[in-house]
Design a protein around this ligand. Structure first.
Ligand code: ISE
Length: 341
């Protein structure tokens, strides 16, 4: 039977997922959406057949006609919404960050363990990007020897939202690099340092942008990440892995001299720089959502788990502390066996 999907939050990401579920996925139907902005929800619903607008997200989760839920609301309301999905035994794909801090994410890991079956996939779509996925396979094959380092670049053209301050760059943007590091190394992060170089004049006053972060992995490897949210050019995400006998780069521009300049639409390199994540990771999101649909129909969770969401939030919680001093902060992680994850 077709998986009947409801979506909570239809801003940029939720609206993108709505079109994906309705038009580009097999064995799924978009049946309901909820958003605090009723007009926005009604306008979006009108673009599809048979999609109901339900004003209360909790009602959408409880609705017997909704089999599974995508949560694309702001991180601050994720905890209650994911908890409701667990209570109603609904499969749920929750966008990152899982929650705002480590303690609330841990509560979700525990609630899922008590429910007795995994229900939650966290929206770390990079794991589904064909190049990142291939990088993982090559590193795991051992052909290049042990993985030593990762160098990540993560740039956004701009962040118009005035709430997007230094902490949010850690919690909402750097969190992807946190998951990439845990995914590619297959290890936890033990400490994080967040450095604040002199900021760009395009950042709001007092906002540390760009930021440079250093993670230490449980096995002693290291990860450096530049996150730059007002780079003026476009969306650029790259990862270089350094192993004992070789290197790999995901997200490399295809050919020739690469040069970007602010002012043109999205910069240029003889080709186009992506305007934002919806185009750069379109394929990753398609694969992520289809995999979630397929797994939910089999009553399974196969992507990043509640533990992955919690571990990433725990690293970002430590990262937000480090932001204040620039000193390394040890990541405080629960004992996985004790929480049943
Ligand atoms: C956004 O929420 C994302 O997830 C993007 O991938 C990231 O580049 C951006 O900085 C975040 O705001």
């Amino acid at each position: 039977s077709v998986l009947r999907v409801g979506i909570i939050g239809v801003g940029m990401m939720g609206a993108d997922h709505a079109a994906r579920v309705a038009h580009r996925s097999a064995n799924a139907a978009l049946v309901a959406i909820a958003d605090p902005d009723q007009d926005r929800a009604a306008r979006l619903a009108a673009r599809f057949d048979g999609v109901r607008v339900i004003s209360d997200p909790m009602e959408l989760i409880a609705d017997p006609q909704v089999d599974a839920v995508i949560i694309a609301s702001p991180g601050s309301v994720h905890e209650d919404q994911v908890l409701a999905c667990i209570v109603h035994r609904k499969y749920v794909l929750c966008e990152k960050p899982l929650t705002m801090d480590s303690a609330s994410s841990l509560r979700l890991v525990e609630a899922e363990a008590v429910a007795g079956a995994p229900l939650l996939q966290v929206g770390f779509m990079r794991r589904f990007d064909p190049e990142y996925a291939q990088m993982k396979r090559v590193l795991d094959s051992g052909r290049l020897g042990r993985t030593l380092l990762l160098h990540n670049t993560h740039r956004n053209k701009s962040v118009p939202n005035p709430d997007f301050r230094s902490e949010m760059i850690v919690r909402d943007s750097l969190v992807h690099e946190v998951d990439v590091a845990r995914f590619l190394f297959g290890q936890e992060i033990t400490s994080i340092t967040v450095l604040s170089p002199a900021p760009t004049s395009h950042a709001l006053p007092g906002v540390a942008d760009p930021q440079v972060s250093i993670f230490t992995m449980a096995g002693g490897g290291m990860v450096t990440s530049e996150v730059f949210c007002n780079c003026q050019v476009g969306y650029e995400v790259r990862c270089e892995a350094v192993a004992e006998r070789g290197t790999l780069i995901a997200g490399r521009p295809q050919t020739g001299l690469y040069s970007t300049v602010a002012g043109a639409e999205h910069g240029s390199w003889g080709g186009e720089v992506h305007p934002d994540f919806t185009t750069r990771f379109a394929r990753a999101y398609d694969l992520e959502v289809q995999s979630w649909i397929d797994a939910s129909r089999r009553r399974q969770v196969v992507g990043p788990t509640s533990w992955d969401g919690y571990a990433a939030t725990a690293v970002c919680t430590a990262g937000m502390q480090s932001l204040a001093t620039g000193e390394p902060v040890t990541v405080d992680l629960a004992d996985r066996t004790l929480v049943g994850a």
